[in-house]
Design a protein around this ligand. Structure first.
Ligand SMILES: *Cc1c(COP(=O)(O)O)cnc(C)c1O
Length: 349
């Protein structure tokens, strides 16, 4: 048995996957009468089931984002893949995952749903990884999966690849690097480069943020073939709709336009950072490598409700560790950011 098979739940290892009509016959034919679909094409070819392996989309991802075709699997958002990874590797009521707080809330929620314990290690005061603490916790508690979010949501910083490699080296379980915001950092070094040397490293990407199609629900796992194939076996066969696959291919074909928008967002972020820093009641604007900024004030709740009354909704992160007084604000369009600045200028603390 391989090292990765040993880490898996036994019932997953032994699973006979569902075999869809599109698995049974993969070729091209004139007439498909094998999936009980309607012949009637009412709206945009939605009468046909989608490709379970999303081959065209994965080829496009290789072409545009250099994500190696044989290492990718598509999820209904990266959220679905987080859930699948936990279900594949963690035994309910027995195993655990490890996260570095404050971070993306979904890891713990999916662990909870699967009756899997979450071990928290806090980031250091400056939002860097507490490598010593992480390693000692890994050795002591043996989490099945370590999640590292880089750039981290909600602290907005990138963790050095060398530190991620150190954790991957020390961790005998699965190490998942969630790179949802990586496209906003021009100098970003992806952990994909670690996969060949460390086969237990998985990387999550999404088209929801910089690629502007959150509504289509397209998340990507990049992993070694064994993990990739297991996800493919465990996921619902038609997890990503035909419409979503087409929308994703269109967005990737439109990559010049989308990159322009992304560059504009980065420019607007820098402008916002500068303007918000000069407000007298703002204690700190925490710089990020993402499409959001972090504003620290004395009374985050009060500013949050003030903005809400003005019709502007931000994310209140004041109750997260290290983030007392912090609001997380997505960088919007130029017009939206202007309205935000007008509201912030009118605030009397
Ligand atoms: C937004 C976000 C996701 C969710 O991505 P989907 O592909 O839309 O499910 C995953 N991870 C992090 C850190 C995020 O902020």
């Amino acid at each position: 048995m391989s090292e990765i098979e040993l880490l898996m739940n036994e019932h997953i290892r032994n699973l006979t996957p569902y075999s869809s009509a599109r698995d049974d016959f993969k070729g091209k034919a004139d007439i498909y009468l094998d999936a009980n679909e309607s012949w009637y094409d009412a709206v945009e070819r939605a009468n046909r089931y989608p490709d379970p392996e999303a081959v065209l989309l994965r080829r496009k991802l290789q072409e545009v984002l250099c994500l190696p075709f044989e290492k990718t699997v598509i999820g209904n958002g990266s959220d679905e893949i987080i859930d699948l990874l936990i279900r594949i590797f963690c035994a309910s009521g027995k195993d655990s995952i490890m996260i570095e707080r404050p971070t993306y809330g979904a890891y713990k929620v999916f662990a909870d749903i699967n009756n899997v314990q979450t071990i928290n290690v806090c980031l250091k005061e400056d939002f860097s990884l507490d490598i010593d603490k992480m390693i000692s916790t890994i050795k002591e508690r043996k989490p099945k999966i370590v999640f590292i979010c880089s750039p981290n949501n909600p602290t907005g910083n990138v963790f050095p690849l060398s530190e991620i490699e150190t954790i991957a080296k020390e961790n005998d379980g699965i190490t998942v690097i969630d790179e949802a915001y990586s496209d906003f950092e021009p100098e970003f070094q992806s952990a994909i480069s670690l996969i060949d040397e460390y086969p237990r490293v998985c990387v999550l990407k999404t088209l929801s943020k910089a690629w502007a199609i959150a509504g289509a629900r397209v998340g990507i796992l990049v992993a070694n073939k064994e993990i990739r194939d297991t996800i493919s076996k465990v996921k619902p066969p038609y997890n990503v709709s035909a419409t979503s696959q087409r929308v994703a291919i269109e967005a990737l074909d439109d990559n010049l336009e989308i990159k322009k928008v992304r560059d504009e967002i980065i420019e607007q972020r820098e402008l916002l950072e500068k303007k918000v820093t000069s407000l007298p009641y703002v204690k700190e604007v925490i710089p990020t490598n993402t499409n959001f900024i972090l504003i620290r004030v004395d009374d985050a709740d009060r500013l949050y409700y003030y903005l809400m009354k003005k019709g502007i909704i931000v994310r209140n992160r004041t109750h997260e560790p290290l983030l007392a007084g912090v609001l997380r604000v997505t960088v919007g369009s130029e017009r939206e950011n202007k309205s935000l600045m007008e509201a912030l200028n009118g605030y009397k603390p």
